[in-house]
Design a protein. Sequence first.
Length: 112
Amino acid sequence: MSYIAPLKDMLFNIEHLARIDQIAQIPGFEDAGLETAQAVLEECAKLNQDVISPLNWEGDKNPSFHNGSGVTTTPGFKEAYQQYAQGGWQGLQHPTEFGGQGLPKTIGAACG
């Protein structure tokens, strides 16, 4: 079974419920409108659909474990985490001066 991110639903919620247009009027978030949200969510969906989701089955067959001196992770998890970190996903809503992307939590929450 594969995962398909519900982009249409998430973008509807960001636009109509979270009112991203109003958030984009807050100083510092002027570039964080619906188009930005859509671009970020589309890239996040690719990571989740193509990299992370396929690891669920592998994780069921070969779960991570602690052997007394360290943790052995499911094959593929280390590489997936490296892609996650290199993509800056952990810092979407953190300030740029601290290495984040400075996006509103509305977008970060949808990706989380």
